[in-house]
Design a protein around this ligand. Structure first.
Ligand SMILES: [Zn+2]
Length: 131
């Protein structure tokens, strides 16, 4: 286990919509992002390495451009893609499914997302799911 207390994984709301201005983000999406950041920071108490939000909110036009799935949880503010320099975030998630379950967080199967970690609070079939 690499779980450590006194973690440094802490995000602000604006980190949840990289590339956008706050006024460009729909109200209902912002509300979801607020929930997301709260959950991530709760989880972040147990992770002490720096993590960056690579992708968060994605407007429908950008989602289409990057080939995101049609009902992508990124469009509704339910998801973020996390990147860490050491690539240890996936292992942390695998080792802490109890915390993910408690927080209602779901992870895209780490084997499908080498180099980043997709995390969402929109309900999925299992904690580690295949979209
Ligand atoms: Zn994602």
């Amino acid at each position: 286990m690499i779980t450590q207390l006194g973690g440094t994984m802490k995000f602000t709301l604006s980190e949840m919509y990289p590339g956008y201005k706050k006024e460009e983000v729909p109200e209902d999406v912002l509300k979801n992002l607020e929930i997301l950041v709260k959950k991530l920071n709760e989880l972040g108490k147990y992770y002490s390495k720096p993590v960056v939000v690579k992708r968060g909110y994605r407007a429908p036009d950008l989602n289409e451009k990057v080939g995101g799935v049609k009902n992508s949880p990124h469009m509704t503010g339910h998801a973020a893609d996390l990147v860490d320099k050491d690539g240890e975030i996936d292992r942390f998630m695998m080792n802490n499914s109890d915390k993910l379950k408690k927080l209602g967080l779901y992870i895209e199967d780490p084997q499908e997302t080498a180099g980043w970690c997709h995390i969402q609070f929109r309900k999925a079939s299992t904690i580690f799911f295949n979209p």
